[in-house]
Design a protein. Structure first.
Lengths: 362, 158
């Protein structure tokens, strides 16, 4: 190093040089951020976007008003609003910490060791667990039909658990078919109807609750309502179901934030949910057509999901390939069908990402 | 009243103005300790030269300007030209000196850094102020006690 270069190295950057260097670094960071592809999660059926501000404000208001106060253990105001909307007396509604808690409590109240719980299969993986946790036995009925379920019902059957629309297949039983099932079931059997995705279905089975006292319909605010973080759901029972419903309520009730959020959602964002449902229905129809054009088998669906399979690729492999393309889907293995994967239907952008990824991996 | 520019109420962390670290283009490779000592001596030498140049403004440079002006005045016939030339020369020396001082100051900073010091600022400002005080005091002493306040063109009466 020459004498001049030796001393030149002790010169500091001019402000212009520093600014230019920092600008270049910021530009490089921005380029890198734009080039990064976020993982698209289509493995969960919860609404993927932020809740409306009205709901967040209601929760915030309650939080600021004072979390030192105990909540209303009976969630009276929320129950009243739900009862009004569903069209049943308030005493036949119970609010719980999500549909899973209510289903678990119902199974605990109804099943004894040695009893049987019949469920269509593949279906919600919680149903077999409900049986095993109480010492009962889960009896899977292959497919999603009234006849298969009835065939699986035996002497020790105490509960039939059905998701309608069915998760993960998206199949749906209309009121007529459900009534057929309920009429054919023995007197001792209670039907736990998981209507977590019912907002996406053509109709709810609310009217049947009045006709069939042994029907308990369970719903949630986690899916179409987009409030999965609040963990709040409710169950509606038939006439004289009050003693059973009381046993489903969580000890101490549902927390006050969840009550406030769910109440505000019912009052303020019903139209938002309607728009989501319409958006999902349109996107589901488009995706079904596009997927079939790609050679993917798609089951008819009445929910925000598609149950798909590709020839020559099992569900786990397909899910793994899609994951490498930054698209997460639920492998069918956890639902009892290794050949399929369940993909959530969201919006057009998500659908296009899924189609691009599938085109690349198949 | 807020007097500390870094006191933002705890919202942001900040740094006092003028305390930013020196940003080099590349990390400098310093020489041996002997070379650093030489650089330290050279920095001292440059500071000495800067002091001399600063002191020039308070005696030698004005005297030189007066000497030139006296030659231009040509026994009182070109007084105006002599005054203009004297002032111009004085200003030229001052400005030229400052330019040289600025360059020497930059060189002094480099030498100090090469000598191993975390030198962030130069000394041209403080040195100019100190030399102004020294030169001003020296000039006053010379004027009052050595040369006297009387003018040779218009001597005091008596």
């Amino acid at each position: 190093m020459g004498l001049r270069d030796y001393y030149k190295q002790f010169e500091e950057e001019s402000p212009e040089e520093t600014s230019a260097r920092l600008r270049a670094q910021a530009e490089a960071r921005r380029r890198s951020a734009l080039a990064r592809v976020e993982t698209l999660d289509l493995s969960t059926l919860a609404w993927p976007h932020l809740p409306p501000a009205a709901v967040v404000n209601a929760v915030t208001f309650v939080a600021r008003r004072g979390l030192h106060r105990p909540p209303d253990p009976a969630a009276g105001e929320l129950r009243s609003e739900i009862a009004h909307r569903v069209g049943v007396p308030e005493r036949r509604v119970v609010v719980g910490n999500g549909a899973a808690q209510l289903l678990t409590a119902a199974a605990g109240a109804l099943l004894e060791p040695g009893d049987e719980l019949v469920t269509a299969w593949p279906s919600y993986p919680l149903f077999p667990l409900l049986a095993s946790r109480t010492g009962a036995r889960a009896v899977p009925a292959p497919g999603f039909g009234v006849e298969t379920v009835l065939r699986a019902v035996g002497e020790r059957t105490r509960v039939v658990a059905l998701a309608n629309p069915n998760d993960p297949t998206g199949e749906w039983l209309d009121e007529g078919r459900l009534a057929e099932l309920l009429e054919a079931l023995p007197e001792r059997v209670v039907v736990l109807l998981d209507e977590a995705l019912v907002e996406y279905a053509p109709r709810a089975a609310t009217a049947l609750v009045d006709r069939f006292p042994r029907l308990i319909a369970v719903r949630t605010f986690s899916k179409a309502w987009g409030l999965a973080g609040l963990r709040v759901g409710y169950a509606v029972g038939g006439p004289d179901s009050e003693p059973l419903l009381e046993r489903l309520a969580p000890p101490g009730g549902v927390n006050e934030l969840a009550q406030a959020g769910a109440l505000e959602a019912l009052r303020a964002i019903a139209d938002v949910v309607d728009r989501r449902v319409a958006q999902v229905a349109a996107e589901r129809q488009r995706l079904t057509g596009e997927l079939e054009r790609l050679g993917v088998a798609v089951a008819p669906s009445a929910a925000n999901l598609l149950w798909i399979s590709a020839s020559g690729v099992d569900g786990a492999e397909l899910a793994s390939r899609l994951e490498r393309s930054k698209v997460l889907v639920a492998s069918g293995g956890r639902f009892g069908d290794d050949a399929h994967v369940r993909v959530a239907v969201q919006d057009r952008a998500a659908g296009d990402r899924l189609l691009d990824a599938l085109s690349a991996v198949l | 009243m807020r007097t500390d520019p870094t006191d933002t109420g705890g919202l942001f962390t900040g740094r006092r103005p003028g305390t930013a670290p020196v940003r080099y283009r590349t990390t400098p490779q310093r020489g041996s300790s002997q070379r650093q000592r030489v650089d330290g001596f050279l920095a001292l030498l440059v500071a000495g030269v800067m002091a001399l140049i600063n002191l020039l403004f308070w005696g030698p440079a004005p005297a030189a300007a007066l000497w030139v002006a006296a030659h231009i005045s040509d026994d009182g016939r070109n007084i105006f030209l002599a005054i203009v030339a004297g002032f111009a020369l004085c200003l030229a020396v001052l400005m030229g000196g400052l330019v040289v001082l600025k360059r020497l100051d930059a060189l002094w900073i480099l030498l100090r850094r090469a000598a191993g010091h975390d030198q962030r600022k130069g000394i041209v400002g403080p040195m100019f102020a100190v030399c102004a005080v020294v030169g001003g005091v020296g000039f006053t002493i010379w004027l009052v006690f050595i040369a006297g306040l009387g003018s040779s063109a218009m001597p005091a009466s008596g």
